[in-house]
Ligand binder design. Structure first.
Ligand code: SAH
Length: 215
């Protein structure tokens, strides 16, 4: 069984070879990804593969995202530490933990109660308390807590869910994979007054966003 130090070494390699080497420069983000023990967000049988360059299963037919994708999406949100963030698709809670270290507060919605429960347990173990988890259909957002400075969707949508755009602050960013099942474009939408600026950050592959404004 690998010890704590082995995991730290694997994490350092992950950050260097998969993330920094591919152009992510935000030092706060790189430091946080160096610190968060990604393996704890999956079952023990997968720990030795936890720092590899791909997604891994977390139960319920869902996956923990590839480390580089987590970095790319987080980087695109441009967090400084003051933001209120909404995440759709808590899953393992790994992305949630990264966001919690880089923003002021994170609200995260997950469809599957079992995954949300497990994520809550790991986040508490890591003493990450600036997070509120909710079980429900995140395609409708979390209107009671809106607006958000940044919103991240970690499942693939057929179209951008309208309620999420409406729950952005002025200048707020929404990062969401949009496209067909099994192949999407990663979009960043920025709210500017009555307008919404849209950028395409490249191709990606996510599990389905299932819900009223999803599949
Ligand atoms: N960020 C997570 C990704 C998990 S995969 C991680 O890295 O672990 C995407 C997650 O989105 C799954 O857990 C899935 O159950 C969830 N999901 C799908 N549709 C959803 C919806 N409408 N609302 C909330 N969560 C949803």
């Amino acid at each position: 069984m690998a010890g704590v130090n082995d995991f730290a070494v694997r994490r350092r390699r992950m950050v260097q070879d998969q993330i920094a080497a591919r152009g992510v420069r935000d030092q706060r983000l790189l430091t946080v990804m160096q610190e968060i023990p990604r393996h704890l967000f999956m079952e023990q049988a997968l720990w030795r593969r936890a720092y590899e360059d791909h997604p891994l299963p977390i139960g319920g037919g869902q996956t923990i995202s590839q480390p580089f994708i987590v970095a790319l999406m987080t980087d695109a949100l441009g967090l400084t530490g003051r933001e209120k963030v909404l995440e759709i698709g808590t899953g393992s809670g790994y992305q949630t933990a990264i966001l919690a270290k880089l923003a002021d507060w994170v609200f995260s919605v997950e469809r599957l109660p079992e995954l949300s429960r497990k994520a809550q347990t790991v986040l508490e173990e890591l003493k990450i308390f600036n997070v509120n988890l909710l079980v429900g259909d995140g395609t409708k957002g979390w209107p009671e807590e809106a607006p958000y400075d940044a919103i991240i969707v970690t499942a693939g949508a057929p179209v951008t869910p309208r309620p999420l755009v409406e729950q952005l602050t002025e200048g707020g960013r929404l990062v969401v994979p949009v496209g067909q099942r099994g192949e999407q474009s990663l979009l960043r939408l920025t709210r500017r007054g009555d307008k919404v600026l849209q950028e395409d950050l490249g191709g990606c592959r996510f599990v389905d966003l299932v819900g009223e404004y999803g599949w």
